[in-house]
Design a protein. Structure first.
Length: 316
């Protein structure tokens, strides 16, 4: 995966000019990289032999990892992952290649987890004694997710052996992980079998990003999506399904997500400058937006939105 330097955040009206902001790869400042854009199970999807996955089985370049971000502070070479997906080995390798580690820092300075669904925390197992055998990696979680990890194996073994150090998050209380770099958890309504679910607002020295890969329905959130867009420069939003026609054999009540067409209908009335901040991601393997040649991608882009791509970089 080569970084995509063309999909950078455009500074908001209150930000300095582009010339005053460090460019990705400049060796200074804080950067964010997209390490995955798919739904929890990735692309290709287990057992799927239909047209949506057949190309990815045959061509590794068509495969997509579950939604994940990497953050790099080039001032110190510190690095974090947002989500521990089942593809953590590959995503960590991509982060390390991009971050050019000098060997004097730990392999990870921390992990932020949104919730306890398979695409968002199963990769923690790679930190255990059977794999990396890390020591004291900070893992930032909300209270219910902390209890779940402490009380259920194999996650409890990671805690007991000191592979990870759980750090509790609270909504509305931002965590400063480096000078001028903080992460703010925001609770969102989503299936809570084992934990609550949060989005993260990531604020760097120059720009801010909203990472919201999962939500049941916008109208249940209790927040204005338009107002949230006004607070950031880039917003990575749940785009699990393009519309309601993708999974005719599954009850959508079991897997509620706002279809992309619904999100666009909600946001089409807002200013173009706000719509341009949206980057859709967390695509189910059935989602036509995964294929840039499909009509759906053209529809989305013609209305002022964009789709996240693995390798996209934002200078924070």
């Amino acid at each position: 995966m080569s970084p995509n330097l063309t999909n950078q955040a455009a500074p908001s009206s209150s930000e300095p000019s582009p010339e005053a902001i460090e460019s990705p790869g400049s060796g200074v400042g804080v950067e964010l990289i997209v390490l995955g854009v798919a739904q929890d199970a990735g692309v290709p999807h287990a057992g799927c032999r239909r047209d949506c996955c057949a190309p990815a089985w045959a061509d590794p370049s068509r495969r997509r990892a579950p939604a994940c971000l990497g953050i790099l502070d080039r001032r110190t070479s510190a690095r974090w992952l947002v989500e521990a997906t089942p593809e953590l080995p590959l995503q960590l390798q991509r982060l390390l290649e991009w971050a050019e580690p000098d060997g004097r820092r730990p392999i990870l300075d921390g992990l932020f987890l949104t919730h306890a669904h398979i695409g968002h925390y199963l990769g923690l197992a790679q930190l255990g004694r059977e794999s990396l055998g890390t020591r004291g990696v900070p893992v930032y979680v909300m209270p219910r997710l902390r209890r779940f990890l402490e009380e259920n194996g194999p996650w409890s073994q990671l805690v007991a052996l000191g592979n990870i150090e759980l750090r509790t998050l609270s909504e509305g209380e931002a965590v400063e992980i480096a000078p001028g770099l903080e992460v703010d958890p925001i609770e969102v309504p989503h299936r809570g079998e084992f934990s609550e679910t949060v989005a993260f607002r990531i604020r760097g020295p120059r720009r801010s990003v909203l990472f919201l890969p999962d939500i049941d329905r916008w109208e249940e959130w209790g927040r204005s999506l338009e107002e949230e867009l006004e607070r950031v420069d880039i917003a990575y939003l749940d785009a699990t399904f393009y519309d309601d026609s993708e999974l005719p054999s599954r009850a959508r009540t079991e897997i509620p997500h706002p279809p992309v067409v619904t999100t666009m209908a909600l946001l089409d009335r807002v200013a173009p400058s706000l719509r341009s901040r949206v980057r859709f991601l967390h695509f189910n393997h059935t989602n036509p937006l995964l294929d840039p040649s499909r009509k759906a991608r053209g529809v989305v882009e013609s209305r002022g939105y964009r789709c996240a791509e693995e390798g996209d970089i934002v200078a924070l």
